[in-house]
Design a binder for this molecule. Structure first.
Ligand code: KIV
Length: 535
């Protein structure tokens, strides 16, 4: 059944790989984008905006690979963004060719402030370009989405005219962006109602919403739009995106699920209808959220709705008392609904490979033999230091050991640190270079992590600055695994790295190597090799 014939549910358009990747420092390589796209497909999103194909050769390759490998028959629609410019549209169409269901998403600004200062074009010109470029996109694909950028600050009469023209030219989805996150929910409702009333052909298309989170209203605005007839929502995992980000997929989906009786009537359904309002498989939410956080290096704030570490934690005595007596006193959804591991202690150092594999399967990780072996060896190492291995630990181990490795990157062989209050923190590091040389160096630093970073940098010789460093404990307890997440800056680019270990200095060293390998790979693919290690 085509999406167009299912307007009584919400179409989830995920833009983690396009708007989400526009988050400062969230640069992803093609393999990482593919891994996220595969997981988004498992999650059940309807549309994946895989990138902005014309932006760079890497973006083109990512859109093309996702179209080929994820956009298969029965899979999601694969979409590329394109400005209302011929070359953008041509390149998007080319990248999308392998997809079973390709979509071109073309956009042009319509607010006076954008026209005057950015586009330097008149309303009449923009009106003509919008129609011409939608028709041009339509000459490549049937499925064309049109966005009037900064719609919420656009003169209403002009907005209606542009939309009517875009639909006449062949758009099948009309997306209304609140580009600068300026709307309030009530205004959003009025905007959508106005469009429904004044654009005569609006009922021929799917109406969509794109809300930014500058005032923290992205989810509220998206839900207000749904209440007023919008049937596609553009959102990202963990709400990442330009500036303060986008509406978070997990928040929209869980609001529609938990408050289904409230939303049902807006879809013309009986209050108690239990046919889902989205196609999302909610038990995949937690895994998708962790993967996106790990690969983008953007940590999730602990109090983030749905996926934050505290979202299901009850601290106060009164709340704990209530939960023990009857869960629903203080819990409106179960952690299991989003696939959150229960933190049951299941494995220890005597656990065998079979138990390990079985538990991972229960947690939703299906590893190939190589990754399973790597993860099992690491599990044994950790179990030697830490008596009880929780689901959270297992997840960190799998994340570390199945990280998308940069072919021929640097490998960390040894980390040794001396530190204390009356000694100069000193690190000795051994690495293997991409061409197989084994190098050792030792440095002093202001602390053990600084010493480790300086020693690694001297060996690797790729200029970088440490922009951000954070340590999170995977579980409670003195023997907990610590996850270190870092961001490195190189010129105007940022690269993240993450690693876990019971020793946080060791975790920091691996996180640094992981980030450097991303930087190294970037330099290789962009042929900026003048700064790479020599001799
Ligand atoms: O914020 C915005 O206006 C966008 C559009 C391209 C939908 O990202």
């Amino acid at each position: 059944m085509s999406i167009a014939s299912q307007p009584d549910r919400v179409i989830i358009f995920d833009t983690t790989l396009r708007d989400g990747e526009q988050s400062p420092g969230a640069t992803l390589n093609v393999q990482e984008k593919l891994a996220i796209a595969h997981q988004l497909s498992l999650l059940g999103v309807d549309v994946i905006e895989a990138g902005f194909a014309v932006a760079s050769p890497g973006d083109f390759q990512a859109v093309q690979s996702i179209a080929e490998q994820v956009g298969i028959l029965g899979g999601p629609i694969i979409c590329s963004l394109a400005r209302a410019v011929r070359q953008d549209i041509q390149v998007a169409a080319e990248a999308l060719k392998p997809a079973a269901r390709p979509r071109i998403h073309t956009m042009i600004s319509t607010s006076d402030i954008h026209l005057q200062y950015q586009l330097k074009k008149s309303r009449r010109e923009v009106l003509a370009i919008a129609q011409e470029m939608v028709a041009y996109a339509k000459s490549f694909v049937d499925d064309v989405e049109f966005s009037p950028m900064d719609a919420s600050r656009t003169d209403r009469e002009f907005l209606y005219q542009v939309l009517e023209g875009a639909i006449r030219a062949g758009a099948t989805t009309i997306n209304i962006p609140d580009t600068v996150g300026y709307c309030t929910p009530k205004e959003m409702g009025n905007l959508i109602q106005g469009i429904q009333q004044h654009v005569p052909n609006i009922h021929q298309v799917i109406l969509s919403i794109h809300t930014q989170n500058d005032l923290g209203l992205a989810t509220a605005n998206a839900l207000a739009a749904i209440e007023n007839g919008v049937r596609q929502v553009e959102c990202t995992i963990n709400g990442i995106g330009e500036r303060a980000g986008n509406a978070a997929l997990e928040e929209i989906v869980m609001a529609l699920q938990v408050r289904q009786p409230y939303f049902n009537p807006y879809f013309g359904r009986a209050v108690d209808s239990d046919a889902p309002l989205t196609n999302i498989k909610t038990p995949e939410i937690y895994k998708t959220s962790s993967l996106v956080s790990q690969l983008t290096g953007i940590l999730i704030q602990p109090n983030k709705a749905i996926v934050g570490a505290n979202a299901f934690a009850h601290e106060s005595g009164i709340h704990q008392d209530g939960i023990i007596k009857h869960r629903q006193t203080y819990e409106i959804m179960e952690a299991a609904a989003i696939g959150l591991p229960e933190n049951r202690i299941v494995l220890g150092k005597h656990s065998g490979r079979n138990a390990f594999r079985t538990r991972l399967k229960e947690l939703g990780f299906e590893l190939n033999e190589t990754d399973l072996n790597k993860a099992f060896n690491r599990f044994k190492e950790v179990a030697d230091k830490k008596k009880e291995i929780s689901d959270w630990d297992l997840e960190a181990i799998v994340r570390d050991e199945t990280q998308i490795q940069v072919e021929s990157g640097f490998q960390l062989e040894h980390v040794q640190v001396i530190c204390g209050d009356c000694t100069c923190p000193t690190a000795t590091i051994t690495i293997v270079t991409p061409d197989g040389r084994i190098l050792t160096d030792a440095t002093v630093g202001t602390g053990p992590v600084d010493a480790v970073y300086q020693a690694i940098n001297r060996l690797v010789q790729i200029p970088n600055q440490l922009i951000e460093f954070s340590v999170q404990s995977v579980t409670g307890g003195i023997d907990a695994l610590g996850t270190v997440t870092i961001r490195l800056g190189h010129q105007e680019h940022t690269f993240s790295g993450q690693a876990s270990d019971t020793d946080i200095v060791v975790a920091a060293a691996y996180a640094h190597i992981n980030a450097l390998n991303r930087l190294y790979r970037y330099l290789q693919t962009h042929q900026l090799d003048s700064v790479l290690v020599s001799g």
